[in-house]
Write a protein that binds this ligand. Structure first.
Ligand code: ZN
Length: 303
């Protein structure tokens, strides 16, 4: 197989995962888990989201979390749904902003309570603020592979938003399969179209595992040269506005597969498994990750 030699993993569990929890996960628990992720060698973490605490009470401690994390050699990104979120994230010291717009009107209204045009209109202000503080902005597109309300999503709608992000100066674009509707052929098609339209910018894929196909999707993306992926510790996560939502691909499962195939992640498998087990212990219920249960190939490390 012709695979890249190295990939960059963005750990999104602290945002995508923690936002989906039913009961409040304490700030201390969040910080302990983020520290364990950091110690495993993860260099990019989506650490929290600056959203209305009424909409997502789980992340009401976003500023405290951002203030409490280890900073050396790691980028702590914050998701921001709007201008107010961007102001708060920058004030809290986020290293990077992740703005999010859904590829469909219905999901955008459910997710951020307004239409796509209103979200797009906010971009100028957000990018201006971030640029003043030399903070890079990543543009995320939710439901890029299908929408729980509208079904199929035309790729033109996805690329209209990608284009808007890149015109404003986004450093990367995340194509998110928020609903786990992608399949490998859809992934290679969308990646190919992205690469043909935009040569420079970084493309990040964000796969949820609602239908059990996320790892196959990641492998398909690798074969066409995509090297950036969002994953979540233990496979936690799931959009609050997707019925029957599932988590992201488990970070430790991805590290296990890639490292065994000779694709460098920079993440220590044993340590990231420990981090996933810590998260499971603190949450008090079983997580979907597989390698955290089965262990690495090395029998001595498997226990
Ligand atoms: Zn997600």
């Amino acid at each position: 197989m012709d695979l890249p030699r190295q990939v960059i993993i963005r750990e999104v569990g602290p945002r995508d995962g923690f936002q989906s929890l039913k009961t409040f996960f304490s700030t201390t628990d969040k910080l302990d888990v983020i520290e364990a992720i950091y110690r495993a060698g993860v260099t990019q973490i989506e650490t929290t989201s600056f959203v209305s605490p009424r909409a997502i009470p789980q992340l009401k401690d976003a500023a405290e979390v951002m203030a409490g994390v280890s900073r050396q050699g790691v980028i702590h990104a914050a998701m921001v749904p709007n201008m107010e979120g961007a102001e708060k994230a920058l004030a809290a010291g986020a290293d990077q902003l992740v703005v999010v717009i859904s590829a469909t009107e219905a999901h955008n209204r459910a997710n951020v309570r307004r239409g796509i045009d209103a979200s797009l209109a906010d971009l100028d202000g957000i990018f201006f603020l971030a640029r003043q503080q030399l903070v890079p902005v990543v543009g995320a597109i939710a439901v890029a592979f299908g929408c729980p309300y509208q079904g199929d999503v035309p790729s033109a709608d996805v690329f209209d938003i990608a284009n808007a992000y890149l015109e404003k100066g986004a450093v990367s674009v995340i194509l998110a399969d928020t609903t786990g509707m992608a399949t490998p052929i859809r992934v290679t098609n969308l990646a190919g179209e992205f690469q043909r339209r935009f040569s420079e910018p970084e493309l990040i894929f964000h796969f949820h595992n609602n239908r059990g196909i996320a790892m196959a999707n990641l492998l398909a993306a690798l074969t066409v040269g995509v090297i950036r992926f969002d994953t979540a510790l233990g496979g936690i996560g799931g959009c609050p506005y997707v019925p029957q939502a599932s988590g992201n691909l488990a970070t430790e499962d991805v590290v296990f597969m890639l490292e065994d195939m000779g694709v460098y992640t920079g993440i220590d498998l044993s340590k990231i498994i420990q981090a996933a087990r810590l998260l499971e212990k603190r949450l008090g219920y079983t997580l979907p990750g597989q390698v955290m249960k089965s262990g690495p190939r090395d029998p001595e490390k498997a226990a």
